[in-house]
Design a protein around this ligand. Sequence first.
Ligand code: SF4
Ligand code: SF4
Ligand code: SF4
Length: 158
Amino acid sequence: MGAISVMKVYQLIPKTNCKECGRSSCMAFAADLAKGKAKIEECPYLLEAKFSQQRKDLEEYLAPVLGDHETHIEIDGEKCDGCGVCILACPIEARYSEDVMSGKCPKYPLEEHLIFQIYDGKAKLVKLDNCRRLENDAEARNCSICESYCPQEAIKII
Ligand code: SF4
Ligand code: SF4
Ligand code: SF4
């Protein structure tokens, strides 16, 4: 799936800039919708019958950033050789670990934001809750960097 286009969302909302949704403009509301940070029904006009088609189109277009979602990451223990590339490549690990930012594996014990750790020469998934795929952001939800970077093709994202 490609990124959600703010302009495409904007085209489907009323464009009166009335601010009843609590944003400074319809464009600001469109930007929040595209990031999964607003709900369609926050714009009262989109609940009116005359906007029913636009609402339907918005629900369809924004489906990837609306509602609950799940993800899972499987690591094939037979293929994994413990190289640690998944840890170095993961943007969350890089965002929060000074060790990873400087090109090293993070220190033990487990840091709060870590997702993978290497135990006994194999990568283990330790905290899936930290994965970007569970964030309310269309781009983050599509993250599959660890899967693409794993040299052994040991990671499978479901
Ligand atoms: S309530 Fe709807 S019409 Fe009014 S500013 Fe927000 S998005 Fe635009
Ligand atoms: S990148 Fe792949 S092979 Fe390397 S530790 Fe991670 S899962 Fe294992
Ligand atoms: S999908 Fe992205 S955020 Fe999640 S573990 Fe893999 S690289 Fe990290």
